[in-house]
Write a protein that binds this ligand. Structure first.
Ligand code: NAD
Length: 387
């Protein structure tokens, strides 16, 4: 079966980092016989430049027809003066709503080699492996009525509506519980049920959904406490599930626990497992074109794609192990560089991950026989790390 991936590189560092992720997909195809069709299309600023719209019709068609979407990042100073309705970021929001991607999965995993890149003490973050599941298409961001009105006394008042229907809470709850079943079997549901009725219902529905997952332990936490606990003792969490606004804030907080925004992948899924996979960072215009961006978040987004859309645990593990290996080897892009490690550029990092993937695949195939492995590598024209 051929898998279809829409590749939307976007703006700024997007094309540079997506190129490295495409190399990883090519490697899966070459080395593991994975059948894939990749097609590129412009989105964001590139969409505006190419077709006058941040989400050109042809791009949306391609994304809808694909099994999964790989996205780089959108936006940049070039398009900042445009009306907000046609800015690059609208391309991203359009994709999320058109593809009905209601579940945002953001793992925050701290690699042991990067413990000192975090702003928190090593003993607080060392071993961190947390999954934030954020609802992405509801809540106060979409609730109506909303706007700015003038009161009788002439003063202006801004207002938004926090709203969640039972089915919206239930479906994100199920994503969280399913995720926990593949991990540590613990879900912490974050709300503000002591003050907000919308989240009182959230808590009630989460408790109901939990009955279908007796192996998973459910706890509830108010959002203010959750923010504090994330920086006090983040390792207490396995899966954290929350609404759109609380998730927006908490997931950025969790991202920084791991040291660099350049390390964190994400998945946004629909109800059938189709997903859009992207690094959590933006287009980083300050470093675009310099060849120094960290491609690992985008490469790890491909691993998430394998796991969540294609249910291909083996390929996901091959990618994740390769990323771990290049970090063990001491390779670092500028954002994660510390004294005593070896600084590399975007391409060099991508090539190193691919080389590590090939090494591991062949190591598995030759049963760890070093001479057979060397022979295989030479035949493949690769000697990196072997001789
Ligand atoms: P940003 O994430 O692009 O950059 C923040 C800082 O992190 C910058 O110093 C940047 O150099 C650094 N950084 C980001 N990714 C990196 C990587 N892979 N390797 C090394 N360093 C990296 O956020 P910003 O500067 O606030 O936004 C820039 C543009 O990106 C804006 O137009 C914004 O709207 C857009 N944006 C897009 C997305 C998206 O496409 N999903 C998300 C956030 C921001």
């Amino acid at each position: 079966m051929t898998h279809k991936i829409a590749v939307l590189a976007g703006d700024g560092i997007g094309p540079e980092i997506v190129d490295q992720a495409v190399k990883v997909i090519d490697c899966l195809q070459r080395e593991l016989g994975w059948q894939v069709e990749m097609e590129q299309a412009p989105v964001g600023g590139a969409g505006i430049d190419h077709a006058g719209h941040p989400l050109p019709e042809a791009t949306l068609r391609l994304a809808k027809a694909a099994d999964a979407v790989l996205l780089g990042a959108v936006g940049g100073p070039k398009w900042e003066a445009l009306d907000i309705a046609i800015r690059p970021e609208k391309g991203l929001l359009g994709l999320r709503s058109e593809l009905q991607l209601f579940a945002n999965l953001r793992p925050a995993l701290l690699y042991p080699q990067l413990v000192h890149a975090s702003t928190l003490k090593p003993e607080v973050v060392s071993g961190l492996d947390l999954m934030i599941v954020r609802e992405l298409t509801g809540d106060i961001y979409f609730g109506k009525p909303r706007g700015i009105r003038t009161l009788e006394n002439g003063e202006r008042q801004g207002f938004n509506t926090m709203v969640y229907a039972e089915h919206e809470i239930e479906r994100i709850g199920r994503v969280a519980f399913e995720s926990a079943m593949k991990r540590g079997k613990r879900v912490c549901s974050v709300d503000k049920a002591n003050v907000l009725e919308a989240t009182e219902l959230w808590r009630e529905v989460m408790t109901r959904v939990a009955k279908d997952y007796p192996q998973v332990q459910l706890s509830h936490m108010y959002v203010d406490n959750a923010a504090m606990q994330l920086v006090r003792a983040p390792k207490q969490f396995d899966v954290m599930v929350t609404g759109n606004m609380f998730g927006d804030i908490l997931s950025d907080c969790a991202a920084m626990l791991t040291g660099s925004i350049g390390m964190l992948p994400s998945a946004s899924l629909d109800s059938k497992g189709k997903g859009m996979y992207e690094p959590i960072h933006g287009s980083a215009p300050d470093i675009a074109g310099k060849g120094i961006a960290n491609p690992l978040a985008t490469i790890l987004s491909v691993a998430m794609m394998m796991r969540y859309t294609f249910n291909d645990i083996k390929s996901a593990a091959v990618i994740e192990a390769a990323v771990q290996e290049v970090l063990v080897e001491g390779l670092r892009t500028a954002d994660i560089y510390t004294a005593g490690t070896h600084k590399v550029g975007t391409e060099e990092m991508g090539d190193a991950v691919v080389a590590a993937m090939i090494r591991n695949i062949w190591r598995a195939e030759t049963g760890g026989d070093a001479s057979a492995e060397k022979r295989c590598m030479r035949e493949g024209g690769l000697t990196n790390g072997i001789d």
